[in-house]
Design a protein around this ligand. Structure first.
Ligand SMILES: NC(=O)C1=CN([C@@H]2O[C@H](COP(=O)(O)OP(=O)(O)OC[C@H]3O[C@@H](n4cnc5c(N)ncnc54)[C@H](O)[C@@H]3O)[C@@H](O)[C@H]2O)C=CC1
Ligand SMILES: CC(C)CC(=O)C(=O)O
Length: 364
């Protein structure tokens, strides 16, 4: 991989490789863009097949956060971290304390939170070393685990997409195929079950599947069967790039609406499903509930204020679908244009008089 060629192509600001021999920490912090403010994005811990796969995941996720935060109207840039390792057996206190010191060393350019494989407890350990972390225990005045709020936002966005596809935002009786029933999708399945949807679930973690079957009456299928099941909505809630050349021909769903980041393997896959008439709820628009929730911590966390902003995900999805239909472009492109327009507006309006908020004569 020619790293600087990739960084230049997508205009990344900074990539930091973090190593701590004692704890086994091997982390990659990718900061894509800080035009709108400090980069905020979660920390993912996963067993990557190679270091290059980990680097690519960090870079793709970080760019996604720039677009997510911009489209959500937040004054935040995009960044993300991946920690190479098995979250079930490689974690230790020193690892997250060491990682917290690396974040502190970035002096607020990057703020972290949870993602796949990390928990509130992990964030609390990071918080021992730095304040640039969100989603920590509510005891600290924080917003806590963002996953349930992400799930609620996905639920609301899914309803908006269903309205465009089926003429009603009711999910009662709709067959919804949920891929990955972890932190977010477990909470999403509860909302869907309560509304009377019929759930088909899969996960590589059998306990997660069993929990959904027992609690929500879901039907379980093997991981590779989820793409071909007869359903109305496919909800990718695991890892990324599941909408690709191999899976698209199998899809029966009329709507793709899920929590996963980077669902499209390539943008051309967004073009293909658009041509097929599938309504795609852009991933970083529909799954922004978590970041909206933790971002409220920057103003002194207020749950009601945060949830009011999370509710806008419904209208944001409606807006993206409307632009898509009006301009005859795929929904992913409509969302990208919305995000890019806001970033450019702010980039051009940034005062040259105040550099990073400081007067040029400030010497104290
Ligand atoms: N946690 C949050 O608030 C947010 C999460 N997201 C994204 O949503 C997705 C899920 O996140 P979480 O629920 O927090 O993670 P999680 O780790 O709790 O859940 C992911 C689930 O997917 C399963 N999985 C992994 N590979 C799979 C495969 N090939 N087939 C089926 N299942 C598979 C895992 O076993 C796990 O149960 C991720 O892509 C994450 O980046 C996006 C926005 C916010
Ligand atoms: C609060 C975090 C879950 C934000 C994030 O990393 C995401 O939305 O993917």
């Amino acid at each position: 991989m020619e790293i600087f060629k990739y960084l230049e192509q997508y205009d990344y600001e900074q990539v930091v490789f973090c190593q701590d021999k004692q704890s086994g920490l091997k982390a990659i912090i990718a900061i894509h863009d800080t035009t709108l403010g400090p980069a905020l994005g979660g920390t993912r811990m996963w067993t990557y097949e190679s270091e290059e796969a980990a680097i690519i995941d960090a870079l793709r996720l970080a760019k996604g956060m720039t677009y997510k935060n911009a489209a959500a109207g937040l004054n935040l840039g995009g960044g993300k971290t991946v920690i190479i390792g098995d979250p079930r057996k490689d974690k230790n206190e020193e690892m997250f304390r060491a990682f917290g010191r690396y974040i502190q060393g970035l002096n607020g350019r990057y703020i972290t939170a949870e993602d796949v494989g990390t928990t509130v407890a992990d964030m609390d350990l990071i918080h021992e070393e730095t304040d640039y972390v969100t989603g920590i225990s509510p005891a600290f005045g924080s917003s806590g685990n963002p996953s349930p709020v992400t799930a609620y936002g996905v639920y609301r966005g899914m309803k908006a997409a269903a309205k465009a596809a089926f003429g009603s935002d009711s999910l009662e009786g709709k067959v919804i195929a949920v891929q990955g029933v972890g932190n977010v999708a477990y909470n999403l399945c509860r909302h869907l079950h309560e509304e009377g949807a019929q759930l088909i679930v899969t996960d590589i973690n059998k306990e997660a599947v069993q929990r959904a079957v027992e609690e929500f009456g879901a039907r379980a299928v093997d991981p590779n069967e989820i793409y071909g099941v007869e359903c109305d909505i496919y909800a990718p809630c695991a890892l990324g790039a599941t909408v690709n050349d191999d899976t698209i021909p199998q899809l029966k769903a009329k709507v793709i609406a899920g929590a996963a980041n980077n669902q499209l393997k390539d943008t051309r896959h967004g073009d293909i499903i658009h041509e097929m008439g599938i309504i795609y709820a852009p991933d970083y628009v529909i799954n922004a509930g978590g970041v909206i929730n933790v971002a409220d911590e920057l103003y002194g966390y207020n749950h009601d204020r945060a949830m009011k902003k999370v509710e806008t995900i419904y209208t944001n999805i409606e807006k993206v679908i409307e632009i898509s239909k009006r301009d005859g472009i795929p929904t992913y492109l409509a969302a990208d244009r919305m995000a890019e327009e806001r970033i450019e507006r702010m980039r051009n309006s940034r005062s040259q008089f105040l550099q990073n908020g400081h007067h040029i004569l400030s010497r104290r």
